[in-house]
Design a binder for this molecule. Structure first.
Ligand SMILES: NC(=O)C1=CN([C@@H]2O[C@H](COP(=O)(O)OP(=O)(O)OC[C@H]3O[C@@H](n4cnc5c(N)ncnc54)[C@H](O)[C@@H]3O)[C@@H](O)[C@H]2O)C=CC1
Ligand SMILES: O=C(CO)COP(=O)(O)O
Length: 334
């Protein structure tokens, strides 16, 4: 199997390292030629993973044709909202039987499609050739070789098992799952909930508040997931609660950090500037997740509050009052 990872941000670079460590022949594509050169020559990606030494066997290129030549597996590692445009540019270089693996955690704002649906729409590939990889996988910890697990979800179980072999190392343990919808909804919604956790911690609230947001965030994730066809067990698994807990708790999370800046009183522009060009997917996905919830008539008050803070000028303090002022109800409801 030969893999190409398209996108040399923090997760693309970390997952390319995983693939090489797993013994899979892998090339990394970077948009900028100078970054590709540095990755190949110095075995580092100082822009996104400073201090991490990449394997000798990993080379990078900025040429799409060169990167994709002979690749059986194309790993899509660009942000959700630019995946469609990127994939359209890559199309002339794709092989006929390519297997796609989506790493992006988001829902397209213009169409409300999940990332595997975008890949299918643009490439024409059937769903059984498209997998999603998702789990509690903060890029830096994986790049450091800290033990973690993930989920590789694909409708075609044999293909998922082949990918499991291609990504399995002594520190990175992929599980297979056929519930692609559940994995993708879990990954997209947790970014929005991590923004809320960041806001709470920025304001100065402690662990009770955090646990409340994580747990009620999981309830929102499950309600939306079930409405769009996911299995509840997936949301109780690594790509659901696992990723939610990791992202909501870690200062390494860009979404949580973005929310923390807002909670501390920063403007959206100031919070954006502080990301240094790294993507906090939840800022855009709160709009599409909320629209998806509206479409399926699902109540998502935390998502709604995050959306209003990010896009309608609601203050974090007013968001808190409005959430706590909601009508009293039982914990479990349809
Ligand atoms: N960093 C992490 O810990 C993890 C990230 N993810 C997901 O992986 C996806 C990729 O994120 P990261 O690598 O973390 O992001 P990043 O912010 O570290 O890097 C994004 C990469 O995409 C490129 N890029 C940005 N805008 C682009 C555009 N318009 N067209 C083409 N390329 C563009 C950048 O040059 C960079 O190579 C996101 O959906 C993220 O949610 C998933 C798991 C872990
Ligand atoms: O998806 C992630 C961990 O699984 C990374 O989260 P952030 O994008 O918030 O850094």
């Amino acid at each position: 199997m030969r893999a190409v990872v398209m996108g040399a941000g923090s997760w693309g670079t970390a997952i390319a390292k995983v693939l090489v460590d797993a013994g899979t022949d892998t090339t990394l594509w970077a948009r900028r030629p100078e970054l590709a050169e540095r990755i190949t020559r110095d075995h580092t990606n100082a822009d996104y993973l400073p201090g991490i030494t990449l394997p000798d066997g990993l080379s990078a290129t900025s040429s799409v044709g060169e990167a994709m030549s002979g690749a059986d597996v194309v790993v899509c590692a660009v942000p959700s909202q630019s995946l469609r445009a990127n994939l359209t540019e890559w199309m002339p270089h794709l092989g006929a039987d390519t297997t796609f693996v989506s790493l992006a955690k988001g829902v397209e704002t213009s169409t409300l499609l999940r990332m595997t649906e975008v890949i299918s729409e643009v490439s024409g590939a059937p769903g059984d050739r498209i997998a999603a990889l998702s789990g509690p996988n903060l890029a830096r910890e994986i790049a450091e070789g800290q033990p973690a697990a993930t989920v590789i979800a694909c409708a075609d179980e044999d293909r998922a098992r082949d990918l499991q072999d291609a990504f399995k190392t002594r520190y990175f343990r992929p599980y297979t799952n056929t519930d692609v919808i559940g994995c993708e909804i879990g990954g997209a919604v947790k970014n929005v909930i991590a923004l809320a956790c960041g806001m709470a911690s920025g304001v100065g609230f402690g662990q009770n508040t955090l646990a409340t947001i994580i747990t009620r965030g999981l309830a929102e994730t499950i309600r939306l997931g079930v409405a769009v066809g996911a299995q509840i067990e997936t949301m109780a698994g690594l790509a659901g609660v696992g990723d939610l807990v990791a992202t909501c708790s870690s200062p390494l999370s860009r979404n949580r950090t973005f929310g923390a800046h807002l909670g501390e009183g920063a403007t959206m522009q100031e919070a954006q500037d502080a990301t240094h060009g790294q993507v906090a997917e939840g800022v855009k996905s709160c709009t599409s997740v909320r629209a998806l919830a509206d479409k399926y008539d699902v109540e998502m008050p935390l998502t709604d509050a995050v959306h209003q803070v990010c896009h309608s000028g609601l203050t974090v303090a007013d968001a808190v009052s409005s959430l706590l002022g909601r009508r009293a109800k039982p914990e479990i409801y349809d």
